[in-house]
Design a protein around this ligand. Structure first.
Ligand code: COA
Length: 330
């Protein structure tokens, strides 16, 4: 039966390293506070005018090379991001132009930290149906240019980093394939993690007053987000395993969205999954939202932590609220 598999992976982080010590020079925070609460030691931030599609380009080229394909072989680009290069058109269109493949379908996904999980499930469905053969699935974010780098924004700013990850998803009849995806959302909780401006629901969309109030910076009710994350992450992982007549013990490698190392550790503890079956990168990347799963997956594969036949679970939780998981037989 036709399905889809990940045929190639790529990832890209900007060169500039921003340590916790660097942040403590610009706002009232400390390396100790950040590491204790989040596990983050450093993150990468872009320099100059660099958009999400600029970071996505080298990641995509590497994923195509690993898959043994040219950009012209692609049927569609699905681009997950909460930090699109511009208001419109979507970053998938901009990446398509940079890859030099006019004409193929493009789709942007706006599901924040769960963006890559949703994007992979959409690619899987297009391929399963027989409509398409090769789809580039990208998660890429430039957070740094949209953060409040002052004490007012410290709770949010210390968490986020820039980066990109990409997967070429191709049709297969083999055993190695995406087995299932579980997807959820709860829009009634939108205000616990959101970016309020510019907004079509405000007239004008952006004003000096709104800038002064910092509405163009993300706002987060940190402890509410934490509580929801440690509830939904384990539940959706169990759901996708049970739906496929498996249990959490059958997971060979869990790639959780890199929200916060404390969240990943609590999820692991509640599922009985230790560091030997979980891959984290947040210590060095910060939370790169839609990019975090493909970056961590690529790293885990490069480190030899995932073997043929392993059951790999990608799981995410984030703003929306949105949460979900993909189960893959590698
Ligand atoms: N450095 C130093 N102090 C900080 C700080 C920082 N970067 N950010 C906040 N603080 C202060 C607060 O102002 C507060 O001070 P007060 O007690 O004098 O008011 C104190 O630290 C505790 O703040 P609190 O928000 O209760 O801390 P916390 O233990 O909940 O940790 C988070 C804050 C953000 C690390 C934590 O809530 C969290 O990780 N939430 C989930 C965030 C997340 O994963 N988001 C992405 C979802 S995909």
């Amino acid at each position: 039966m036709r399905g889809s598999r990940i045929a190639g992976l790529g990832s890209f982080l900007p060169e500039r390293v921003v340590t916790n010590h660097d942040l403590s020079q610009w706002m009232e925070t400390s390396d100790e506070w950040i590491q204790q609460r989040t596990g983050i030691r450093e993150r990468r931030w872009v320099q100059g005018d660099v958009g999400a599609s600029d970071l996505a380009l080298p990641a995509s080229q590497d994923a195509l090379t690993e898959a043994g394909l040219e950009a012209s072989d692609l049927d569609m680009i699905i681009f997950a991001t909460l930090s699109p290069d511009i208001g419109f058109p979507g970053s998938s269109c901009l990446l398509q132009a940079k890859l030099g493949v006019p004409g193929i379908a493009t789709l942007d996904i706006r599901n924040q930290c769960t963006g890559f999980v949703y994007a992979l499930s959409v690619a899987d469905q297009f391929i399963r149906s027989g409509a398409m053969k090769h789809i580039l699935v990208v998660g890429a974010e430039v957070h740094s240019t949209g953060l409040d780098i002052s004490t007012r924004g410290r709770d949010v700013t210390v968490i986020f980093g820039d980066g990109a990850g990409a997967a070429v998803v191709s049709a297969t009849d083999g055993d190695a394939r995406v087995l299932d995806s579980a997807l959820h959302a709860d829009g009634s909780q939108a205000e616990i993690l959101m970016l309020g401006a510019p907004a079509s629901g405000r007239n004008p969309r952006l004003s000096h007053e709104m800038l002064d109030a910092g509405l163009h910076y993300p706002s987060m009710k940190g402890s509410a987000v934490f509580k929801q994350a440690v509830r939904h992450f384990p539940a959706v992982i169990r759901e996708v395993m049970e739906r496929n007549a498996m249990s959490v013990d059958d997971i060979g490698m869990l790639i959780p969205h890199q929200a916060n190392l404390r969240i990943s550790e609590m999820v692991g503890k509640s599922l009985g999954i230790g560091p030997d079956r979980m891959h984290n990168t947040i210590q060095w990347t910060g939370n790169t939202t839609a990019a975090s799963i493909p970056i961590a997956l690529h790293e885990a594969v490069k480190a030899g932590r995932i073997q043929s036949g392993d059951h790999v679970v990608l799981a995410a939780f984030g703003a929306g609220l949105t949460w979900g998981a993909n189960l893959i037989r590698w």
